[in-house]
Unconditional design. Structure first.
Ligand SMILES: [Zn+2]
Length: 198
């Protein structure tokens, strides 16, 4: 047996949805069966970590501290922002092709139990954006649970209402507590189309 192999296996097990068996199979593949792929994967992870940064405007995926492709795209609706919990939600919505406006990644949801207060989320930047970019509508594309509910109320009271911004929430074709990343394109599309005033 090999200590390095065990370390690789433990590291791979940290990947989302990876159990001990898959981690072991992947470690075996990388360490013994296909070392060229392993080198390519290792190199691309290092390169990505060096370049990928959160977009300074929406906190989605970008590179080298520059605004992301969506924020830089002049053809997109500039004054309607879709608020999501995670950067991966943007990918899910983009894949559905249902949205041509901008995004804002909160980086989580308010939760007193997990000690996540407003200062831990990208809320101050949302308020700043709302003011500086003349946002007219904020679409809440958060999951359907108590933490999301609290987050939506906070945005209503502190960001939207004081500035007269229309606040809407995506329709719930999505099951309770579901995550956007697991919803299919059709569901995301109809959830956006059936958004209602919050
Ligand atoms: Zn951006």
């Amino acid at each position: 047996m090999s200590k390095s192999f065990d370390r690789l296996k433990s590291a791979l097990k940290k990947l989302p949805g990876t159990g001990i068996k898959s981690a072991e199979r992947m470690a075996m593949y990388l360490a013994l069966e296909n070392r060229a792929d392993a080198a390519e994967i290792a190199e691309s992870i290092t390169a990505a970590l060096g370049r990928i940064t959160p977009c300074p405007e929406c906190f989605g995926l970008s590179e080298n501290g520059q605004p992301c492709e969506i924020c830089s795209d002049k053809s997109r609706i500039p004054d309607i922002v879709c608020v999501v919990e995670k950067a991966s939600d943007i990918a899910a919505i983009e894949k559905s092709g249902a949205w041509r406006g901008k995004y804002h990644v909160l980086g989580g949801k308010l939760s007193p139990i997990k000690k996540i207060g407003p200062d831990k989320l990208n809320l101050a930047s949302l308020a700043r954006r709302a003011e500086e970019s003349g946002i007219t509508e904020i679409i809440l594309a958060l999951s359907n649970d108590i933490e999301a509910e609290a987050t939506c109320h906070y945005i209503q009271e502190r960001v939207a209402a004081p500035r007269g911004i229309r606040l809407t929430r995506i329709g719930f074709g999505l099951p309770s507590g579901s995550q956007l990343g697991f919803a299919d394109s059709g569901t995301i599309k109809s959830a956006l189309e059936s958004r209602k005033a919050f």
